[in-house]
Design a protein around this ligand. Structure first.
Ligand code: EPU
Length: 434
């Protein structure tokens, strides 16, 4: 398997352009199923999750062609209505096909995602919302078989907790339901707003996305927009590079972003002693010579994002005192702590609370990550550490960070990707020397 090799201790300096948001791109690509015809999507990030979504859509009968960062996708025909286990297992967001397939096609068969490295992650709220719209579900052989042969009807839905993809599934289904749907206690993440904007370009009538009450007035039919739709910038990618700038005592500017999406992170960077400057579509961080400790608690948007918890932990590790990080969204999202400890971090985790006693430095090590954001944290730690760090299992990073190595090198990081073949050659070379 490929790995990343990082020589730490170099201050990062310069601009990093931010790609389209993974967590917007996935629901938007799947939402094209609601409107038969040719769609064009721009600012599409080049990620494994995106190509997995396109191959899922291909299996449903919707071919696509990517040229540069723009995609043409034809959803004229829905030939199959299944998201099989081998696809859902790799990418949980595949469960988003439930809503659109039920709404346009009246039937969907989706493998139940099961747990993953960060928690159990049930989909009961997705099903509860879709059932309120009139769909029925049966569980057979690990698959959820949903049916709505007579179409969906608008309903009043009170969600037990804000769920991002749950809200997206229900909103998509409601666009083609008869009558009005009101979703209470809806998640407010910017990616939901981006999906709603996209749906409205197809002729949907979604109101209130980005607030906790979303109203969807159903329409009889949706049609592809005449202009390409541009995916919003990835706030988590941007936040990850800001953390990298901060821990290397560097000066990194992320460009092409929506600064208001980064407010919670900016607050924590400032609390940790970094200097942050905000422009119209950029944010610059200047790392502190000595980081200060802080406390953070993850929460649904606009709270501090769980997807930035691992990366922020690296700042806490290098701070001048004791910090606490409380994870309230996923029950098992401290897997990176053990790997960071191997690099010299002093972290104690108890339930959903991590107590981090700051250290003057980290030292390079060979580490392995369990999920996407944990991998990003290990890369950031490697950039700050003394000596050589090797990050294994980098397929996680390919799921969510476009051209990570190129972007980091551009701002002065000493980072490279070593292929399987290169590793084999190195082993042969070593064996010949012994
Ligand atoms: N939950 C339920 N029942 C449900 C749905 C959610 O109990 O039916 C619980 C979850 O177990 C969790 C909480 O509600 O404890 C919130 O989960 P949510 O449904 O919001 O998460 P998600 O939609 O599965 C999306 C992102 C994640 C991100 C979370 C939280 C996408 C494709 N994924 O997941 O992104 O961490 O929201 O913001 O949008 C990532 O990009 O690395 C990533 C994991």
């Amino acid at each position: 398997m490929e790995k990343l090799v990082i020589t730490g201790g170099h201050r990062l300096s310069g601009d990093i352009p931010i790609s389209g948001a993974k967590n917007s791109a996935l629901p938007i690509l799947i939402a094209t199923l609601l409107a038969g015809g040719e769609h064009r999507i721009a600012n599409l990030p080049d990620l494994v999750d995106v190509s997995d979504t396109l191959s899922l859509l291909g299996r449903i009968g919707c071919p696509s062609l990517v040229s540069g960062d723009t995609l043409r996708l034809n959803t004229e025909r829905i030939a199959f209505h299944e998201a099989p286990y081998d696809v859902v297992r790799r990418m949980r967001a595949s469960v988003l096909v439930l809503g659109p397939l039920l709404a346009r096609h009246g039937e969907a068969l989706v493998s139940l995602p099961g747990g993953c490295a960060i928690g159990v992650r049930p989909i009961d709220q997705h099903l509860k919302g879709l059932e309120a719209l009139g769909a029925t579900f049966e569980l057979t052989g690990g698959y959820i078989h949903g049916k709505a042969p007579n179409g969906l009807r608008g309903a009043e839905i009170h969600l037990d907790m804000p769920t991002v993809t749950g809200a997206e599934n229900i909103i998509m289904a409601a666009t083609l339901a008869e009558g009005t749907t009101v979703i209470h206690n809806c998640a407010r993440e910017p990616e939901i707003e981006d999906l709603a904007r996209f749906l409205n370009t197809l002729g949907a009538r979604v109101e209130g996305a980005g607030t906790s009450t979303v109203t969807v007035h159903g329409v009889a039919r949706l049609t592809p927009a005449s202009r390409p739709y541009r995916i919003m910038p990835d706030r988590i990618e941007a936040g990850t590079y800001l953390c990298a700038g901060a821990v290397t005592k560097g000066e990194v500017r992320v460009t092409g972003v929506e600064p208001s999406h980064l407010s919670a992170l900016i607050g924590k960077l400032e609390e940790a002693g970094c200097e942050v400057e905000v422009g119209g579509d950029w944010v610059r961080v200047t790392g502190a010579e000595q980081l200060r400790p802080f406390s953070v608690r993850t929460a649904p948007y606009p709270g501090f994002p769980t997807d930035m918890q691992a990366q922020l932990m690296v700042l806490a590790i290098l701070a001048s005192g004791t910090s606490t990080l409380e994870e309230t969204i996923f029950e098992n999202r401290f897997m990176h702590a053990a790997e960071l400890t191997r690099m010299g971090a002093d972290i104690e985790t108890r339930g959903n609370l991590a107590t981090v006693r700051g250290r003057p430095a980290l030292s390079g090590a060979t580490v392995m990550a369990s999920d996407l954001r944990a991998s990003a944290a290990l890369v950031i730690a490697g950039l700050a550490a003394e000596g050589l760090t090797q990050v294994l299992r980098i397929y996680h990073l390919d799921r969510g960070y476009e051209n990570l190595v190129g972007k980091l090198r551009h701002v002065g990081a000493h980072i490279g990707r070593v292929s399987d073949r290169e590793q084999d050659l190195q082993r042969l070379h070593l064996a010949a020397m012994l």
